[in-house]
Every structure is written in C-alpha cells, then in structure tokens.
Ligand binder design. Structure first.
Ligand code: SF4
Length: 71
C-alpha cells in the first residue's frame, strides 16, 4: 500500500521486501505532517526510522527542496 502513496517515489520493491531510498525519503517533510507510508501501512511498526540515516528536520526540508528542483 505504501509504494504508490510516497510523494517522493522513494519506495520500491527490493529482492525480498519493499525498500526506501534514503536519498529520496524526506520523512514526508514538505508534503505531509506525518510519514504517509507509516499512515497507510496496515502492519503496526513495520516502517521504522533507519538508525543509520538520522536526519534533522532542516536536512529533510533541504532534501525536499532539492528533490522538487527548487534549489
Ligand atoms: S516517509 Fe514519506 S517520503 Fe519517506 S518513504 Fe515514506 S512516504 Fe516516502
């Protein structure tokens, strides 16, 4: 359910599970108040924050601007 809902096209089917591209995921900053993939996922706590890719809100918003081609 999550893949078509991602505003950044960050989700794709990997070899075994759906995967999120950290270069494209803004945790939905700039689009929505909360991560849409988590909202639509029917499995509780399936989509969690990657401890290897912790970013500040400022960093996420900067990435949003770059992705939107506004930078
Ligand atoms: S948090 Fe938002 S941008 Fe990141 S993968 Fe989920 S739907 Fe896409």
């Amino acid at each position: 359910m999550c893949e078509p809902e991602c505003p950044n096209n960050a989700i794709s089917l990997g070899e075994e599970i759906y995967e999120i591209d950290p270069n494209l995921c803004t945790e939905c900053k700039g689009h929505y108040d909360t991560p849409t993939c988590q909202s639509v996922c029917p499995i509780h706590n399936c989509i969690i924050v990657d401890p290897n890719n912790i970013e500040t809100e400022e960093e996420l918003l900067e990435k949003f601007v770059i992705i939107q081609g506004l930078a």
